[in-house]
Design a protein around this ligand. Structure first.
Ligand code: GLP
Length: 244
């Protein structure tokens, strides 16, 4: 779907999320949400906070799994996705802290594989993700599944693409400070979600959105993998949709 602007699109996405949460509440079940970071979902989280404060939306039954985290990364670092998620969402809602899962950027190298297995198993044991939110990177990455990622990939340690690291330079005050690696959910982890919403705003994303939707499916643009799934919706503003 294409919206006039980022605000109206973000309100739509927040309402979709709220509907899943309240539906699951009425069944006495958990809502299992896959969440994303970056600039793109910020207004979605802002609207969810507003729905909590002003309309009584409760997150007591919500369990979240974030897509990714830089590696290595201290959770208290201003650039960690832990900090991002608490700043934009978790600090302002009533989600139990035990329900929050974010890949751990502080693990010893030999602890990563076991952590990633546990992450996958925990999602599976809850019956999978009810909804996965995605942004898209300029390389076509979803999560940090950079070009070369296979459709079968699962949660793992990855090397960041040089373009991805350049895009992050301003946040980190110089390329030498941008992490070289990340832990990310895999393409197959994402693909198994019951619903997927990929969000993109602005002219900057127009070309990669065109490629994601119209290029042949290939590892060169990992977002093309979404073409073969039936449960995916691209939520775009007019600028991001301008080349379609
Ligand atoms: C990062 C994140 C992705 C995100 C992408 C786009 O690389 N790991 O999950 O989709 O950036 O970021 P932005 O929304 O700031 O354009």
């Amino acid at each position: 779907s294409v919206y006039e602007n980022q605000i109206s699109a973000s309100i739509y996405v927040a309402q979709r999320i709220a509907a899943i949460i309240t539906h699951k509440q009425s069944l006495g079940q958990h809502a299992v949400l896959g969440l994303a970071t970056g600039n793109t979902p910020i207004l979605v989280y802002k609207e969810l906070v507003r729905l909590h404060r002003e309309e009584g939306l409760s997150f007591q039954n919500v369990i979240t799994f974030n897509l990714d985290e830089y590696f290595p990364m201290q959770s208290t670092d201003a650039n960690s996705y832990v900090t991002f998620m608490h700043t934009h969402l978790f600090n302002h809602i009533d989600i139990p802290s035990k329900n929050i899962h974010i890949p751990n950027g502080m693990l010893p190298i030999d602890g990563i594989a076991g952590f990633c297995d546990t992450y996958e198993q925990r999602i599976a044991s809850l019956g999978g993700l009810d909804l996965q939110l995605l942004g898209i990177g300029l390389t076509g990455h979803i999560g940090f599944n950079e070009p070369g990622s296979t459709f079968e990939s699962t949660t793992r340690l990855v090397t960041l693409n040089s373009l991805t690291r350049e895009v992050a330079v301003d946040d980190f005050n110089g390329l030498e400070n941008v992490p070289t690696h990340a832990i990310t959910m895999g393409v197959s982890t994402i693909a198994q979600a019951k619903e997927i919403l990929l969000l993109a705003w602005s002219q900057k994303k127009a070309s990669i959105i065109q490629q994601a939707l119209q290029n042949p499916i290939s590892a060169e643009v990992p977002a093309t993998y979404l073409q073969q799934l039936s449960n995916v919706e691209f939520v775009l503003d007019k600028e991001a949709a301008s080349l379609l």
